[in-house]
Design a protein around this ligand. Structure first.
Ligand code: TUI
Length: 315
């Protein structure tokens, strides 16, 4: 059994979060992960206020355990989602792609616990001052929107910068990753890519198949020129974007190439125009499993590693 302060902080059995993935994680996936003892997180990105409320209630009908909602701060619906989370008294709110300071008083007043994703020690410190109960330090190995630092250097530097607990994310998909994160001083992990292949994840099968057949070199980073840096799987679409990104194409045309591409991948199953977000660890994900099997596998493997962790020590 692995128990860390994150378990008591969030009311969960295992220190494993399922990352809130835009257009991918809904109430059904989140409820399955929470029911399995981790923290399932709904992405608010997919929904307007009414739909988000429905998803939260759907998740609550499927599990009595705590659930989370992730708010992508650059989404046009961020303020509406923030208000719904406060009204529904969502246990845990995570944020991404920005600084959530403006929403913190609303959430804290409603009794929500806020755990922002940070890509730097400076933002982690600011979040601690604003009342965050923990932070998620996410390295650039992650899928989706990324910062500059990689997980291995970011996590210990964030751990040293704040007194609140730190969750590690980016490049983690199994028990080795969880054990390593704990060694870096984190109290748990957030995983996204491995949960794309969860049986309860409702993305089109093509998306899952792309993850399942990925290798260690299957991802590519695009969008830096327009400030929407994202890591996705190499597909004809993402290779084309990368090829034209630093040509004389106008900002407007480049923007148009990206518009709706996440939705096209995760909802519409548009194999040609979709941008299939996934992390560098995709090559490690080899089978479709239930959320419960994923959570149990990861925790059991980490436990075994940690029990044997003194094997290199001599007297
Ligand atoms: O947010 C994510 N991952 C995402 S969001 C997303 S949706 C999207 N849609 C259109 C274009 C781009 C993305 C897909 N994937 N992860 C959390 C995350 N947050 N990663 C990095 C950050 C981050 C970066 C800088 C958080 C804060 C930050 O600070 C900036 C500041 O304002 O200080």
């Amino acid at each position: 059994m692995i128990r860390t302060p994150l378990c008591d902080l969030c009311g969960i059995t295992y220190p494993v979060f399922q990352g809130g993935m835009a257009h991918v994680s809904d109430g059904k996936l989140a409820a399955a992960v929470s029911e399995a003892g981790g923290l399932g997180i709904i992405s608010a990105m997919n929904f307007g206020g009414t739909k988000l409320r429905e998803q939260i209630r759907e998740a609550r009908a499927l599990t009595s355990k705590p659930i989370g909602v992730n708010i992508m701060l650059q989404a046009p619906s961020a303020a509406e989602s923030a208000a719904v989370c406060a009204e529904e008294k969502v246990e845990i709110i995570t944020t991404g792609a920005g600084n959530p300071s403006a929403f913190m008083p609303l959430w804290l007043e409603a009794g929500c616990r806020v755990i922002p994703v940070v890509a730097s020690a400076a933002l982690a410190k600011m979040m601690e001052r604003c009342g965050a109960v923990a932070v998620i330090a996410e390295g650039g190995e992650s899928g989706g929107h990324i910062g500059e630092a990689a997980t291995m250097p970011l996590v210990p530097q964030v751990v040293d910068a704040v007194k609140i607990p730190v969750v590690a994310a980016g490049g983690i998909a199994d028990g080795r990753g969880l054990a390593a994160a704990l060694m870096l001083g984190a109290v748990g992990v957030q995983m996204g890519t491995r949960f794309i292949a969860a049986k309860e994840c409702g993305v089109p099968q093509h998306y899952k198949d792309l993850v399942l057949k990925a290798s260690d070199t299957s991802t590519i980073v695009t969008g830096r020129r327009l400030g929407h840096t994202v890591r996705s799987l190499k597909t004809p679409y993402s290779r084309h974007y990368a090829q034209v990104e630093y040509t004389d194409i106008s900002d407007e045309d480049l923007e148009a190439l990206g518009v709706g591409s996440l939705r096209k991948a995760a909802i519409d199953g548009d194999e040609k125009g979709g941008c299939y977000l996934a992390g560098q660890i995709a090559g490690l994900v080899k089978e479709e499993q239930t959320a419960a099997e994923i959570v149990e596998d990861v925790v059991r493997e980490a436990e075994e590693i940690l029990r044997g962790a003194d094997r290199w020590l001599t007297d």
